[in-house]
Design a binder for this molecule. Structure first.
Ligand SMILES: C[S@@+](CC[C@H](N)C(=O)[O-])C[C@H]1O[C@@H](n2cnc3c(N)ncnc32)[C@H](O)[C@@H]1O
Length: 251
């Protein structure tokens, strides 16, 4: 009896690993949330039990404790339980908390890595976050902090010169832009936002840091800030036309 925490990537089902697809097909139960697309869930066996634990407008969804309890209950009676996670289970995915809850109840846990949106979303915007000569590294941060977390030191981040990738920042893009500019980052620093990256409805915005606040972004969006985030002329066609849907249609 094992609970598998399985990353399924940023959206496009073709970015799942073979292992993730096999586990979904063999699962006795799957537990998933809002960001998981139907084309990923198409891999789940029709006989598997399905539990949607996502939040949606007007529906708050179960608490993390309730999700942990569900995983423990399922793991106690079924052979293979798959907890589906968008991106990678251990990148802002609360996978560690779910693994700890299962282990402390004596249930075996295993984790399958997934492609994180923190890297796939910049790529959808044509950005190499470690482009040679422009950035010697990348910082992945969340704009949404849980109770008890250390506040983010935007001044220190601004001073690193590294590419900043901000998750869960769609609603706070203006605030983040203001904090970075107040911390000394140039207002003309390139910025990009990839929304629904790798999905048919993918949308990419490019501009300057000072313009981030003037544009409403839908969730899920990933913000990329730094010299590497500039628009590449050779990629702009891909960003606007070659969505996963049109890749599929072209084959
Ligand atoms: C709770 S975090 C989970 C991250 C996930 N574990 C991962 O590795 O991608 C959710 C955030 O990931 C980002 N995200 C997830 N899917 C995305 C997508 N398809 N396009 C852009 N950003 C995405 C957004 O910033 C969203 O608010």
């Amino acid at each position: 009896m094992t609970v598998w925490l399985v990353g399924v990537g940023p959206g496009d089902a073709e970015l799942m690993t073979l292992k993730a697809a096999r586990l979904l097909g063999n699962a006795d139960a799957v537990v998933f949330d809002r960001l998981i697309g139907d084309d990923v869930l198409d891999h789940v066996s029709p006989s598997a039990e399905r539990y949607d634990v996502g939040k949606s407008p007007g529906r708050p969804g179960p608490s993390q404790d309730q999700i942990n309890d569900l995983l423990v209950a399922l793991g106690s009676r079924l052979e293979t339980v798959v907890r589906v996670k968008g991106g990678d289970p251990f990148i802002f995915g609360r996978g560690v908390e779910e693994a700890a809850a299962c282990r402390s109840a004596g249930i075996a846990v295993d984790v399958v890595a997934g492609i994180t949106s923190a890297l796939a979303a910049p790529m959808a915007a044509g950005i190499s976050v470690t482009e040679r000569g422009m950035s010697s590294g990348v910082c992945i941060v969340t704009a949404h902090q849980g109770p008890g977390s250390e506040p983010i030191d935007w001044t220190a981040l601004a001073a690193t010169g590294l590419t900043l990738v901000v998750l869960m920042g769609a609603a706070r893009a203006g605030e983040i832009s203001d904090k970075l500019i107040e911390s000394g980052m140039s207002p003309t620093t390139p910025a990009a936002v990839a929304t629904n990256a790798t999905r048919p409805e993918e949308h990419v915005w490019h501009g300057a840091l000072c313009e981030l606040g003037g544009t409403p972004f839908r969730s899920p969006s990933t913000l990329v800030i730094g010299p590497t985030a500039r628009r590449h002329a050779e990629w702009s066609d891909r960003a606007s036309k070659a969505t996963p849907a049109s890749f599929r249609a072209a084959r």
